[in-house]
Design a protein around this ligand. Structure first.
Ligand code: FAD
Ligand code: MG
Ligand code: MG
Ligand code: MG
Ligand code: MG
Length: 562
């Protein structure tokens, strides 16, 4: 069958008739998942079998355990321990996999336009439910010469870095290499001091100190240098302050060259040009030569996510991510068809926009607004004339928090904010004042971090909810559903739980637990770090492989040479 632009529409997969179970699934709703990363895998692991005919579309046919990618880049871990075939993961739900990239979504036709990588071939995949989990790309900050640097996002990136380190070390040992050239080959420059940059720097430092002196000439050790270029005054600046300071001290001690308040201007084939702000506020242009330059200065929007935001421009207001409601539904798409999770998505709280609904719900349940008894229906006019005391506002905020867990922290600030919106000191706010207050609360909601932890939690949430939705036809009565919102009737909104972030710095891990409490340490931290990741790994196979790698590292040192 032909779709728009005469492109074919996929009807059956090549494996749709492979087993009776798969044939049976053809009649079930089609669930399409875009991406094979943390969000998608969290979803696939929590979806009940046989609820949907599942198709995963991603240009990369493996799941990558990104938190340990820096280790793989320097040979502490084998790459294959960090990869899991997406086909293995999809098999659990009898699903299908297509190695391709989504280009555009036709929301009213419920079609995804898909491109085969490396070709100009395109086709359409129909969906009943769609989950977008396409992640993010690296931020270029418009810097020229990035082609001379390395990135660390995929397994191929890790292989490339590992290969370059070995090649440079070998070149440094040749008699034809001059002293100056040797220094350059052994200069590692890392642009960006977020967790990835910091972990790579620490891994390279450990590698050079612990293992290389065994097989390479000792003289190399004196010629090696590691530089971190960071635009802010601190490294790891999204973490707790104690952690950031600990990391800086540690790096100073390890003679890692921290270039703070510095902005990269351009990358040349063998040197980085950057502007550094001095203590007196002047800007000096400097350069540092490199044998390997890693670019890891944060994330930018994935092209498909950009396209979605553009196509739904009337409703989508954020330039950096696809906005969803608290149920993770893409705002502006038909309600309940399309969801977005992980790095490519952000949750919009919209408290001001839905203020009258919230106030309505509040006064229906409240005792003090007696005028309701005489009115059958609360009109918009009633709401406009409502006055809420400070105490009632507090109750209203508690109610709103339950519906918007992500805004709970910001809502708890309302007590401090309220006087600003009550200039006459009536100790009451009228509806317009409440609405303005909510607008400020909206702006105070902190967005979710772009982490594996968040993507995975959202994936799990979606997997469970999608299975519940399938069963809802038998468990829900029509009265349970308000305004056609089935999601709200069957599931609570998504709630993020911060379990701590981890960054590895030179034989000790820094562990950012929860706001106000952090744990910094040496050996204990390393084991904590390892065991947490160990417990998180996806399958028994990768768990065994990781364990073997650690044993190997402990006994034989790293294995960068093979
Ligand atoms: P991803 O996991 O990036 O998955 C996106 C998927 O979508 C990929 O499979 C991609 O191929 C696919 N895709 C892209 N475009 C399309 C398209 N058009 N159509 C279909 N598919 C598409 N987080 C932590 O919490 N802790 C850490 O220690 C940590 N360390 C990290 C270290 C490194 C080196 C890196 C790179 C990241 C690290 N992160 C860490 C961040 C974490 O990996 C991301 O936040 C997480 O991967 C986001 O999950 P996601 O599902 O949104 O996207
Ligand atoms: Mg994903
Ligand atoms: Mg991933
Ligand atoms: Mg994503
Ligand atoms: Mg990612």
């Amino acid at each position: 069958i032909g779709g728009p632009e005469n492109l074919p529409i996929l009807t059956d997969h090549l494996d749709s008739f492979d087993s009776p179970a798969k044939e049976e699934l053809r009649r079930k709703p089609h669930l399409v998942i875009l991406g094979s990363g943390w969000g998608s895998v969290g979803l696939l692991g929590n979806l009940d079998k046989n609820d949907y005919d599942v198709t995963v579309i991603s240009p990369i046919n493996y799941f990558l355990f990104t938190p340990m990618l820096p280790c793989a880049a320097v040979g502490t871990l084998e790459l294959k321990s960090l990869m899991e075939s997406i086909r293995h993961i999809v098999r659990r739900v009898n699903g299908h996999y297509l190695e391709a990239s989504a280009e555009k979504i036709l929301f009213s036709e419920k079609l995804i336009k898909v491109k085969v990588p490396g070709t100009e071939q395109r086709f359409y995949v129909p969906y009943d439910k769609l989950v977008i989990a396409v992640g993010s790309t690296s931020n270029t900050h418009g810097v020229k010469g990035l082609q001379y640097s390395n990135q660390l996002k995929t397994a191929e990136d890790a292989v490339e870095i590992r290969r370059k380190i070995v090649t440079n070390l070998e070149k440094a040992c040749l008699p034809t290499t001059t002293d100056e050239e040797r220094k350059k080959l052994l200069s590692f420059v890392i642009c960006g001091a977020g967790p990835t940059g910091v972990e790579v720097a620490a891994e390279i430092f450990d590698l050079l100190n612990e293992d290389l002196t065994r097989s390479f000439p000792k003289i190399l050790r004196q010629e090696i240098s590691i530089h971190i270029i960071q635009s802010r005054s601190h490294i790891l600046n999204t973490y707790d302050k104690a952690i950031s300071e600990y990391a800086m001290k540690r790096f100073e001690h390890d003679q890692i060259d921290l270039l703070t308040n510095s902005r990269v201007r351009e990358i040349l084939p063998d040197q980085v040009i950057f502007d550094q702000k001095t203590a007196s506020g002047e800007i000096e242009t400097k350069s540092v030569p490199f044998g390997l330059c890693l670019w890891s200065t944060g994330v930018a929007q994935n092209p498909l996510a950009q396209q979605v935001v553009k196509d739904l421009a009337g409703s989508q207001k954020n330039k950096r991510a696809i906005e969803t409601d608290a149920q993770l539904r893409v705002i502006g798409a038909p309600l309940g068809d399309v969801y977005a999770i992980g790095d490519c998505a952000t949750v919009r709280t919209e408290l001001a926009e839905h203020c009258s609904d919230y106030v309505r719900k509040y006064i229906i349940g409240s005792q003090s607004h007696k005028f309701i008894r005489s009115h059958h229906i609360i009109t918009d006019d009633d709401i406009k004339h409502v006055d809420l005391t400070y105490n009632e506002l507090k109750q209203l905020c508690t109610q709103i928090s339950q519906m918007n867990p992500l805004a709970a922290e910001a809502l708890s600030l309302v007590e401090e904010l309220v006087p600003k919106y009550d200039p006459e000191g009536r100790r009451k706010l009228n509806f317009d004042q409440v609405k303005l207050l909510m607008k400020e609360v909206d702006s105070k909601v902190t967005s979710l971090p772009a982490t594996a932890q968040r993507a995975n939690q959202q994936g799990k949430y979606m997997g469970k909810k999608l299975s519940k939705l399938r069963k809802s036809s038998t468990t829900l009565s029509i009265n349970d559903i308000v305004d056609g919102d089935i999601d709200n009737a069957i599931a609570r909104p998504f709630k993020y739980r911060h379990l701590g972030s981890l960054a590895y710095i030179g034989n000790s891990a820094v562990f950012d637990f929860a706001p106000g409490y952090s744990f910094v340490g040496d050996i204990v931290a390393v084991y904590l770090w390892r065991s947490i990741y160990f417990a998180q790994s996806v399958s028994f196979r990768t768990r065994v492989l990781l364990f073997m790698d650690w044993l190997n590292r402990g006994i034989f040192g790293r294995d960068i040479l093979t």
